[in-house]
Design a protein around this ligand. Sequence first.
Ligand code: COA
Ligand code: ZN
Length: 284
Amino acid sequence: MTPARVNVVEVGPRDGLQNEAAIVPTAAKVQFIEMLAAAGLPVVEATSFVHPAAVPQLADADQVLPAIARRPGVRYPVLVPNMRGMERAIAAGADAIAVFTAASEAFAQANIRMTIAESLEAFAPVVSAARAAGMWTRGYVSTAFGCPYQGEVDPAAVADVAVALHELGCDQISVGDTIGVAEPDDVGHVLSPLLARMPAERLALHLHDTRGRAIDNAEAGLHLGITTFDASASGLGGCPFAPGAPGNLATETLVSWLHGLGIETGVDEAALLEASAYIRSQLS
Ligand code: COA
Ligand code: ZN
């Protein structure tokens, strides 16, 4: 069963750029985001209200978000790790937020300096405040298929964290192969126990293409009923707290594969390529 339509969540301006050492000017980030939205991407993750020292590339979040000429119907989620980030996101006019934790304790500690349980506690008031303000909310479960620090990750832990985020009120849960180690069989092993506890419509799959398996893994997800996939224009990205994590699944690869299967995305491939070329020109 192939769905008629798949939702592509563009994460290049955040997951992509946060791993680039050369600081991109604020105006270029804004232009990149506007080009992606104009290309038809329905969700463009714009930036991150984390500690500026944790991700220097996105230290201009307070300037980027209000500068975007927003297109009606497009969502611009921003990462928020705690109430301090939430206050900044509200001040900058956020319409959607994403909280993020992990399925492995070692990664949660390295990334956000919290245990998984502490992170869920920290997110509760963030998600409540977001919902009270009418914002769309997303929760990330990183390292669902393997952790750069602790190796194996238990699928039961992934399901527990995803369900906990769902119970906090997150509209969508993105399950991430942060370091790109998943094989197609793993997609079933990790998602099946979760799908027994949560509807597929609430889930997104976040893939990295470290070993060139991202499309095969997306296909496995599609067969399990997943209809939302994260991707990064030009395959930019990785995570600065996940050593050895190269690019995300490239949005153009995902979109052209979906279109080849006759699945609609609403994305104009030529316009997407222009957005990718633009950001590449800013990085070289
Ligand atoms: N934005 C700006 N400043 C923040 C902040 C935020 N979201 N969160 C905390 N701070 C400030 C506090 O105000 C405090 O400042 P002060 O010392 O002047 O009072 C200081 O940072 C320490 O606060 P604390 O709550 O102890 O944070 P921490 O040092 O334990 O860091 C995080 C926790 C989550 C804020 C930090 O680890 C982080 O931003 N991680 C993000 C990592 C990331 O983005 N990874 C990539 C995404 S996968
Ligand atoms: Zn990622």
